[in-house]
Structure formats: structure tokens, C-alpha cells
Ligand binder design. Structure first.
Ligand SMILES: NC(=O)c1ccc[n+]([C@@H]2O[C@H](COP(=O)([O-])OP(=O)(O)OC[C@H]3O[C@@H](n4cnc5c(N)ncnc54)[C@H](OP(=O)(O)O)[C@@H]3O)[C@@H](O)[C@H]2O)c1
Length: 254
């Protein structure tokens, strides 16, 4: 049975679009107070406005999580202004594809800085608060959900560095899961397949064309489909930890 999240606080990174925005809406509807972080404040304000209209409390955090100080501040402001942190959705990410040969190094740097370091900065700042929440909250459990990808399970030509970052997220998540399991902080991994968001749009035109051809005729998932999986994970009772969810569009073969 799903539990309600009333009285809990969730921080969602990358909440200005796509999966992060949908996750914030879904967690708020399950009763959580949400803090939403990203760089585009106008988008966060619009999201927060909608949630407040429905009676929710929302903290908007304009932050670039590739900057250690800003990532840490996002976590600390959440705790200072909302009183606690029960749930971290480590979602902000970028996917820049294409062959290794001739790839712009700047694309690799962006992916490592956000998908790996940004996620680590948020995790590092959040863990002490999650451990405390697992001790003193009525539910006596806390959650970190890290958003990986099918690309975190299987490496393929044309996505080498994205594969590297998402495999890294998987390895880190499993190690941390083992470290904090007995203290009732659940560390979970969500691995989506093709989902209709802004993610692919940051690629070079030739890469985008290739991607379009690859997924032509495939019905993609919606961000809400992934948000539902995230909310399923964090609403489990204390003794149930959903460690990993791999979720593809029905027609996606690989
Ligand atoms: N869509 C898919 O098919 C798919 C599949 C597998 C995995 N995923 C994963 O799902 C996650 C969410 O992606 P999405 O599909 O929802 O894409 P999206 O719509 O592009 O969302 C990415 C989010 O990350 C934020 N972001 C980017 N750089 C940031 C930074 N430096 N600091 C803070 N936030 C930053 C963006 O906001 P700002 O630009 O406002 O900062 C945006 O809110 C990613 O980790 C992605 O790898 C997506």
C-alpha cells in the first residue's frame, strides 16, 4: 500500500522541465512539501505557482548543481527553510550523444560535471539530513532516488560518455545503498528509456537527426510515467526498498 508523504520534504533537482517537473508535481500530490532546483528560475516559478494554487508549499531554488557551493546551498536552504529533508530526487542530467572520435570535449565535460559531480555534490550534502530524517520522522525512513538511464545498464556505440556517467550513477547508488541500508535510508535507481522531454534537444543537429531515425515510429514515455515510478518508490512502507526500476516504452527494443 502506498503511504502518504504528508509532513515530509522532498528536494528535486532538474525540476524546471521533464521528469523533474513531473516528479515535483507527483510528490506534492502525495503530500510532500517540495523544493525545486534548476537554473531556469522562471520555469521553477511557474511550476511552484501551479502547486501553490493547489495548496502546496514550494521552495524555489535557482541553482546550478555543477557548482559545489550552489549544490550544497540548495540542500542546506531546503533544510533551513522547510525544516527537514526526507527525500532527494537526484534528477538533473544532460545527454550529449555521438561518436567518441571527433567529439567536442566540452560535451564530455558538461556530462561529467552534471551527471556525475552534480549528483555527488547533492548526495554528499543530503546524506546527513536523510539519516536524521530516517531516525526522527514519523515514517522513520528516508529516500534518495538517483535517475540513471537504460544507458546506465547497457553501453552502445554513440553514447560512450553518457554511458560512463550513468553507469557511474548506478555503481555509486548501489555502494551507498549498502552503506546506509541498516539506517533506513533507501537509495534507489530509476533507469528510464526514451521519454518525451527536452533532453535530446541539446544535441548537435547531426546527432539529433540520427536519434530521430532511431526512434521513428516509437511511442515514447511521458515524464509523468517516470514520475509515477519515482513516487511508487518513495511511498513504500519502511520495510520495502525498491532498489531499481528499469522502465522502457513498450516498443523500445534496446
Ligand atoms: N528523457 C529521456 O529519454 C531520459 C532517459 C533516460 C534517463 N533520463 C534522465 O532523466 C533525467 C531528467 O532528464 P529529462 O529527460 O527530464 O530532461 P530535461 O527536460 O532536459 O531536464 C533536465 C533538467 O536538468 C536541469 N539542469 C540542467 N543543467 C543543470 C545544472 N547545471 N544545474 C541544475 N539543473 C540542471 C534542467 O534545468 P535548467 O536547464 O533550468 O537548469 C532540467 O530541469 C536526466 O538525468 C536524464 O539523463 C532521461
Amino acid at each position: 500500500m502506498a503511504e502518504r508523504l504528508d509532513g515530509t520534504v522532498a528536494l528535486v533537482t532538474g525540476a524546471s522541465s521533464g521528469i523533474g517537473a513531473a516528479a515535483a508535481v507527483s510528490l506534492a500530490s502525495a503530500g510532500a512539501t517540495v523544493a525545486v532546483a534548476a537554473r531556469r528560475k522562471d520555469r521553477l516559478d511557474a511550476l511552484a505557482g501551479g502547486l501553490r494554487d493547489q495548496g502546496g508549499t514550494v521552495l524555489v531554488l535557482e541553482s546550478d548543481v555543477t557548482d559545489e557551493a550552489q549544490a550544497t546551498a540548495a540542500v542546506e536552504r531546503t533544510v533551513a527553510e522547510l525544516g527537514r529533508l526526507d527525500t532527494l530526487i537526484n534528477n538533473a542530467g544532460v545527454m550529449l550523444l555521438g561518436p567518441v572520435v571527433g567529439a567536442p570535449l566540452s560535451e564530455w565535460q558538461r556530462m561529467v560535471e552534471l551527471n556525475v559531480l552534480g549528483l555527488l555534490y547533492c548526495a554528499h550534502a543530503a546524506v546527513p539530513h536523510l539519516l536524521r530524517a530516517a531516525e526522527d520522522s514519523p515514517r522513520r525512513v528516508a529516500d534518495m532516488v538517483n535517475i540513471s538511464s537504460v544507458a546506465g545498464r547497457i553501453a552502445r556505440t554513440g553514447s560512450g560518455v553518457y554511458n560512463l556517467t550513468k553507469h557511474g550513477v548506478g555503481a555509486f547508488s548501489e555502494s551507498l545503498r549498502q552503506e546506509v541500508a541498516r539506517r533506513h535510508v533507501r537509495v534507489s535507481l530509476v533507469e528510464p528509456g526514451a521519454t518525451a522531454t527536452e533532453l535530446a534537444g541539446h544535441n548537435r543537429p547531426e546527432v539529433l537527426e540520427n536519434l530521430g531515425a532511431q526512434f521513428a515510429g516509437t511511442e515514447r514515455m511521458q515524464a509523468e510515467d517516470i514520475a509515477e515510478a519515482i513516487t511508487f518508490i518513495v511511498t513504500r512502507p519502511r520495510h520495502v526498498a525498491v532498489n531499481e526500476i528499469l522502465i522502457r516504452p513498450t516498443e523500445q527494443e534496446r
